[in-house]
Design a protein around this ligand. Sequence first.
Ligand SMILES: NC(=O)c1ccc[n+]([C@@H]2O[C@H](COP(=O)([O-])OP(=O)(O)OC[C@H]3O[C@@H](n4cnc5c(N)ncnc54)[C@H](OP(=O)(O)O)[C@@H]3O)[C@@H](O)[C@H]2O)c1
Length: 243
Amino acid sequence: MSDKKIALVTGANKGIGYEIAAGLGALGWSVGVGAREQTRRDAAVARLRDAGLDVFGVSLDVTDDRSVAAAADLIAERAGRLDALVNNAGITGGGPQQPSSVDPAVIRTVVETNVIGVIRVTNAMLPLLGRSASPRIVNMSSSVGSLARQSGPGGETSTGPVAVAYAPSKSFLNAVTLQYVRELADTNILINCACPGYVATDLNGFRGVRTPQQGAATAIRLATLPDGGPTGGFFEDAGVVPW
Ligand SMILES: NC(=O)c1ccc[n+]([C@@H]2O[C@H](COP(=O)([O-])OP(=O)(O)OC[C@H]3O[C@@H](n4cnc5c(N)ncnc54)[C@H](OP(=O)(O)O)[C@@H]3O)[C@@H](O)[C@H]2O)c1
């Protein structure tokens, strides 16, 4: 087994995930670029390799059991272990998402990707994370899933628009993360949620105000935490996000 740290980033062909892969690669890690579509995956891998980074493509649709199992097999064969899993892939489900008129199918689709996808990938990768000396899991959440902020005085500037599929999917993801933290409390796996801030990507029609590189910073920090670092937290650049 290589001494090089190994990471897997889901949804790494573009946006924040791409920059998380680039950032970990720049730190000397070998990074699996998880992406569901071959052309987009190959293009991202080529760009990252052109930048001198040690990356490899991982065919990965987080909603597909067989795809996720094959991704775990690929990493097992290639590296024998996983040091950091960044569950970044996510969708909004499109808008508008008013509670009174939402199509329940939109909620199912968003939860399937943003929540069940994370569970599916995490469970497939746990045996590989168990072979790491310092395993880390980072779940890409959003402050729009913060119930404290949703119910606080900040309004749309701190919580985003009403979005009954997307925002609660991140609250659900936060709650699921804490269940993993509780189950795995006796292990050395550090598990945290990250919020990237409002980042200009496809996800929001590039209306965000931060760059994908800025959005990647917290996830990179959490993926590379030293032993003894925090677990069971929810972080953004400015510090802790209230649940
Ligand atoms: N942008 C923001 O302001 C913001 C704020 C808070 C949180 N976030 C979170 O940050 C994460 C990354 O978002 P982003 O802004 O970088 O969005 P993005 O540019 O739209 O990228 C999303 C990535 O997820 C992938 N993905 C979607 N469904 C997938 C599936 N079923 N299997 C595998 N990959 C899938 C996409 O792949 P394809 O190219 O194949 O679609 C893409 O690579 C998401 O979890 C998002 O909720 C973003």
